[in-house]
Design a protein around this ligand. Structure first.
Ligand code: GLA
Length: 395
């Protein structure tokens, strides 16, 4: 071969194999916190093929897809029996998973599924224990783009095999999560890998190492203000563990499920975007009020969560029931959340110098979509009971 031909051959090799491999290993998967919907918070054990199709349609017609909600995630209770070869099949609620995945994809969306490293899921359906490679292959064949992997009955396995040996149990747990990661990677399909083990063993310290794109940091959320606030405000200090491709997950959204007021849901959403949390709506999208839709799809609010810098926010101060949190954004801007956890409206003052800005900083109220002005380097606003105000501060 002439020298020129050799050079061309090398260039082709680099373009065809080496560059894509390098990108696959970079953090393009879940480069910003995953957004979408999950069946559990509203449908729980009743979710069916028809619900997932209706949700898919609603994501498109409501504008949620275009606002960034991409993943349609089926949670627990889809599983049926394993066949003689050990291949998992869906139960009668999901007559044809591949066809369902094709439908979701045909709408420009992605689809997710759920399993456990244990023999059973939390709702006592079949888990992936000792079928990891097989299940990963099945998910990839169906066209799955996201897996939530929930510890559940693997805790019994740990008890049985590790007893009181905590170090052994911890090593076994990490190995189980790693195993499914490797099985997913071996399929060659990019599948977002979401760990769910309720924050045990400080998962934020090792979730990335076992291949997690996100990990739950707490037990389950519920559609009640005290539980949402308990979870959300307990996330202080975790920011340094999150970044493009690997996110802390304080659990799915409850917005629109009916158990909180509009202001409480606004606080929920504001806190989650400051936390760079995955935004997985958990309501029945086919029956949404305009207020729910507005809370879920405010573009400027979502942009805080999805900011390409990929930094999680943290608490700046807490005075009685009022808290100020901030999140660094690209272009040296900052999102600031003003939170009122009390049952009466309360003025909250942001002193710009407390968040590293001088008195000439520009302020925008993102929920209102309007510029606001600081006076003498401070901005005071009355925050409703259990409500929140979200500001963007820039130079
Ligand atoms: C656990 C998880 C929930 C949900 C249920 C399903 O409780 O934390 O998010 O997936 O299992 O059984």
């Amino acid at each position: 071969m002439s020298r020129q031909r050799i050079l061309i051959a090398i260039a082709l090799l680099v373009t065809a194999y080496i560059l894509p491999a390098a990108f696959a290993q970079s953090s393009t998967l879940a480069a910003t916190p995953p957004m979408g919907w999950n069946s559990w918070n509203h449908f729980a054990g009743k979710v069916s093929d028809a619900d997932v199709r209706a949700t898919t349609d609603a994501l498109v017609s409501s504008g949620m897809r275009d606002a960034g909600y991409l993943y349609v995630n089926i949670d627990d209770t889809w599983q049926g029996e394993r066949d003689a070869q050990g291949v998992i099949h869906a139960n009668s609620k999901f007559p044809d998973m591949k066809a369902l995945a094709d439908y979701v994809h045909s709408k420009g969306l992605k689809i997710g599924i759920y399993s456990s490293p244990g023999p059973f899921t939390c709702a006592h359906y079949a888990g992936s224990y000792q079928h990891e490679e097989q299940d990963a292959k099945t998910y990839a064949e169906w066209g799955m783009d996201y897996l939530k992997y929930d510890l559940c009955s693997f805790r019994d396995v740990l008890k049985r095999e590790a007893g009181d040996d905590r170090a052994k149990a911890f090593a076994m747990q990490k190995a189980a999560y790693q195993k499914m990661h490797d099985a997913l990677a071996a399929t060659g399909r990019p599948i977002v890998y979401s760990l769910c083990q309720y924050g045990l063993n400080n998962v934020w310290e090792w979730g990335t190492k076992v291949g997690g794109n996100a990990w739950r940091t707490t037990g389950d959320i519920s559609d009640r203000y005290p539980r949402m606030a308990e979870i959300g405000f307990s996330q202080a200090g975790l920011a340094k563990y999150a970044g493009p491709g690997h996110w802390n997950d304080p659990d799915m959204l409850e917005v629109g499920n009916g158990g909180m007021t509009e202001d409480q849901y606004r606080q929920h959403m504001t806190l989650w975007v400051i936390l760079a949390a995955p935004l997985l709506a958990g309501n029945d999208l086919s029956k949404m009020t305009p207020s729910t839709l507005a809370l879920l799809t405010n573009k400027e609010v979502i942009a805080v969560d999805q900011d390409p810098l990929g930094k999680q926010g943290d608490r700046v101060s807490a005075v009685g029931p009022t808290e100020i949190w901030s999140k660094p954004l690209s272009n040296r801007a900052l999102a600031v959340g003003l939170f009122n956890r009390a049952d009466a409206p309360s003025p909250i003052t942001l002193k710009l110098q407390d968040v590293g800005f001088d008195k000439d900083a520009k302020l925008r109220d993102l929920w209102k979509g309007s510029e606001v002005t600081a006076k003498n380097g401070a901005y005071t606003v009355t925050v409703p009971a259990y409500g929140a105000v979200l500001l963007k501060v820039r130079r």
